[in-house]
Design a protein around this ligand. Structure first.
Ligand SMILES: *Cc1c(COP(=O)(O)O)cnc(C)c1O
Length: 354
């Protein structure tokens, strides 16, 4: 049994679009893609007259090294959001197959499933906010194709241990793909689930440069998965997904100097996270701060709606997560700079006495 047996048969049989850039490389007179022979005239426009490399080798190799994997297991996507969409399309037949999620969790899993016409089965987090692995496994049916585990989880910040992920992977063997979303892993300092792919060809890991690498605007996500899964998704990804300036930005943050700055930024977030956890927890009006391994907190308030409005009136925008199950009294607050965090605390202190 191969992981591809879980994929849609029609996608497996699809040839996929073959772009000019894929069919021939090398050569110096490029007359095969109907591009302009002239670059645009603005500064930095050189090279933009050409279609970009669909999967630039240097970036693929750098990301493989960064995520503890190999280039044949890497697909670079427009944000990990695109990887979620591709997985859904390749593995879920409309009206027949489905996914399993553990809410409250990241919204895109269910959104992509619904767009594809796939069913969404929920195995909610436990009362203490931790993942209930047994409940998750029990929710899997013959129609399940993708099982999502987000760790650290958005919006609760809780972590799922690697041995729990392996237990889930074992239970899903031959039944469904386990998709581990590690968008916030850099803030948790734990081992990546990419190592599980050596043993389990049905494990896929989502990573992104959007959070800890300061590059949300460039849209660079990575799917790390078995080479067969990568090959399958390459057939359905649009021909030139990665704009040249975004690839350059990714290579810049992953350079030696870029990594030095990134470590500094992550360190700052971890310091501020510890400070904010203590400070928020001590405020009147705050019921609880959920312990977080990410760069945000879910905070329970006596009056979440009023707090949201007070923060907004002071120019501070946080995320209203009161619609999420179990979080009807909560707001999600991202860790900002020291000054930004001080502003949050000042507004909450002032409001509590009013
Ligand atoms: C932000 C986020 C993403 C999306 O990241 P992009 O790479 O920017 O698309 C994926 N998963 C989770 C849990 C996130 O919070």
């Amino acid at each position: 049994m191969s992981v591809l047996d879980l994929a849609r048969a029609d996608i497996r049989a699809l040839a996929g679009y073959s772009s000019a850039r894929m069919e021939a490389s090398g050569g110096t007179v490029l007359l095969n893609a109907n591009e302009s022979a002239r670059p645009p005239s603005f500064p930095g426009g050189n090279g933009l007259n050409r279609y970009p490399d669909p999967q630039p080798r240097a970036l693929v190799e750098t990301l493989a090294e960064l995520y503890g994997s190999t280039p044949d297991r890497v697909l670079v996507t427009r944000g990990s959001d695109e990887a979620i969409d591709l997985l859904t399309r390749a593995f879920c037949r409309a009206g027949q197959d489905g996914i399993v999620i553990s809410p409250p969790t990241f919204g895109m899993y269910a959104v992509c499933a619904r767009i594809q016409g796939a069913a969404v089965v929920e195995a909610p987090l436990g009362a203490d906010g931790s993942l209930d692995a047994d409940k998750l496994i029990a929710a899997v049916t013959p129609a399940t194709r993708l099982v999502y585990v987000c760790t650290p989880n958005n919006p609760t910040g809780n972590l799922v241990a690697l041995d729990t992920l392996e237990r889930i992977a074992k239970a899903l063997q031959g039944r469904a793909l386990l998709v581990v979303d590690e968008a916030y892993a850099e803030f948790a300092g734990v081992h990546s689930a990419t190592q599980l792919i050596d043993t389990y060809d049905h494990v896929a890991v989502l990573r992104t440069l959007s959070k800890a690498w300061s590059l949300a605007g460039a849209r660079v996500g990575t799917l790390v998965a078995h080479a067969d899964v990568i090959g399958l998704l390459r057939r359905i990804i649009p021909p030139y997904p990665l704009p040249l300036p975004c690839v350059d930005a990714a290579l810049a943050v992953l350079s030696y100097e870029g990594r030095r700055v990134q470590r500094h930024h992550v360190h700052e977030v971890l310091n501020e996270r510890a400070r904010m956890f203590a400070a928020l927890g001590a405020l009147p009006g705050v019921r609880a701060v959920l312990p977080s391994h990410a760069n945000f907190f879910a905070v329970r308030f006596d009056d979440a709606a009023g707090t949201y409005k007070r923060l907004l009136a002071a120019g501070v925008v946080v995320r209203d997560i009161t619609k999420y199950p179990g979080l009807a009294d909560a707001l999600r607050i991202t860790i900002g700079t020291g000054n930004e965090n001080d502003r949050v605390l000042a507004v909450l202190r002032a409001g509590a006495g009013a």
